[in-house]
Design a protein around this ligand. Structure first.
Ligand SMILES: Nc1ncnc2c1ncn2[C@@H]1O[C@H](COP(=O)(O)OP(=O)(O)OP(=O)(O)O)[C@@H](O)[C@H]1O
Length: 436
């Protein structure tokens, strides 16, 4: 599903590569923790998966696409199969919860009817029903992150990339977000999460890929956070960081682990309701955001209302060399209609690619999608114990403390988290996120 084939990445003006011969394969349905000290290359990996950046060496395959040869025109369609969540939420501050989520669908040309069904469903799924008309600043940090997650998954991505999604949240709130990510993963979405949260990594015992100075030093099927992943000031997890599974082992791309969909398959039934958008983005705003959302590069052609999304009516097919693990559902949830299929081997995608200007198939009824177990069916993820708050998330500014004027200076795309925010912090460090 995601393959890094001897990837090296050297940023211009730097002497050392950010990634050095990184080689791994992630299978459908896995939940992967990317760990490593600050600067070890986690976000660079996520950016490369999104095709936000190009490797200096090596090949990357995501969902059957060779990202080195995928045309700029196709990148927007490719990206629709990926959802992204950031540490700092990146919500549109003047839009309601509903509008923030709806916007993602509107810019890719989904019909009003589709949006009116999909958004309430996904808000319910993330535990935000009843809060659709709130503005982001009227929500807690955890709720804002739930909006961001709803926005990331509303189009049913096959892969969810999360860059420090709990980095700004307190331990209890973080635990709720982790449970939500587990549920999303249990529904069949592959989750790749970069994190410093040792406690969750230790507790969940999912596959851990550890980077050190741009190299993989560990790829463990049921790993803990490990010792080498930590920089003292950044470890925000439990003192279990050096857990029993924390031994360092060289990564071997040739021995991929099997998908780790291990949580309960008990489905949840979400109901469909209609919540009309209280206001819709202007045409120009939609068009501008569509440019951001769909442009592979600034020069890529953009057709905001002509996406060639082909609805997926069946679970996505496995890459030929993969084992598919989908959570079966005896009572499938009524989820929003499926995401566009980006895998070229599927007939749907062939149709899409051969007729990119074709109008999107109008969804009539939401399709039954892989189940997302209710929170109660997923093993509890207890909040990790913090070693220190000094550098932990508790001291970090919540999104609603961010100066709206600063936000105004971001492009629409940056505010949506859809494109790189080419700004760094004062000390030269970049902000979080694969599109930072
Ligand atoms: N745009 C860039 N230009 C130059 N160097 C960069 C750029 N982006 C990242 N780097 C460098 O690449 C290395 C890896 O950075 P990356 O952001 O991937 O690390 P990280 O593991 O995600 O760190 P953190 O945990 O702090 O987010 C660092 O040395 C960083 O300074």
């Amino acid at each position: 599903m995601i393959r890094f084939d001897h990837i090296s990445k050297k940023y211009p003006g730097t002497s050392r590569p950010a990634l050095n011969d990184v080689d791994f394969e992630i299978l459908r349905g896995e939940f992967i923790f990317l760990v490593g000290a600050s600067g070890s290359g986690k976000s660079s990996c996520l950016r490369l998966m999104l095709k936000e950046d190009k490797p200096s060496k090596g090949k990357i395959h995501v969902l059957g696409h060779d990202l080195g040869s995928i045309s700029n025109r196709k990148v927007p369609y490719f990206r629709r199969s990926l959802g992204v969540v950031f540490q700092d939420f990146r919500l549109l501050p003047s839009k309601t919860v509903y509008q923030n989520v709806a916007f993602t669908l509107q810019v890719i040309g989904k019909s009003r009817g589709f949006v009116q069904e999909a958004v309430p469903d996904v808000l319910k799924m993330v535990g935000l029903d009843g809060k659709a008309q709130r503005l982001p600043h009227e929500l807690s940090g955890g709720e804002q992150q739930r909006v961001a997650i709803a926005r990331a998954i509303v189009n049913k991505p096959q892969i969810l990339l999360a860059d420090e999604p709990t980095g700004n949240l307190d331990p209890a709130t973080s635990a709720g977000i982790m449970q939500l990510l587990e549920r999303i993963n249990a529904g069949g979405t592959t989750v790749v999460m970069a994190t410093h949260e040792a406690g969750f990594v230790d507790q969940m015992q999912r596959r851990v890929i550890e980077l050190q100075d741009g190299q993989i030093v560990r790829d463990e099927r049921h790993g803990g956070y490990g010792t080498t992943a930590a920089i003292p000031g950044l470890v925000r997890g439990s003192s279990k960081a050096a857990g029993p599974s924390a031994q360092t082992a060289p990564a071997t791309a040739s021995t991929p682990v099997t998908p780790a969909v291990e949580t309960s398959s008990v489905p949840v039934t979400t109901t469909t309701s209609s919540v009309a958008a209280s206001s819709e983005p202007t045409t120009s705003a939609v068009a501008a955001a569509a440019v951001a959302a769909t442009a592979a590069t600034p020069t890529a052609p953009v057709e905001p209302t002509a996406p060639a999304a082909v609805l997926r009516e069946t679970p996505p097919q496995a890459d030929t060399d993969e084992v598919v693990t989908r959570v079966s559902s005896s009572t499938p949830i009524q989820e929003p209609a499926a995401a566009p299929v980006a895998e070229p081997e599927t007939p749907a995608t062939r149709a899409e690619e051969s007729t990119p200007e074709a109008p999107e198939a109008e969804p009539t009824t939401p399709k039954a999608e892989p189940a997302v177990p209710p929170a109660a069916a997923v093993p509890e993820v207890a909040p990790p114990q913090r070693l220190s708050n000094a550098t932990g998330p508790i001291g970090l500014p919540a999104r609603n403390e961010i100066d709206p004027i600063e936000v105004e200076h971001l492009s629409l795309a940056e505010r949506l988290g859809l494109r790189a925010a080419a700004r760094g912090t004062e000390d030269g460090e970049q902000n979080v996120g694969p599109t930072k």
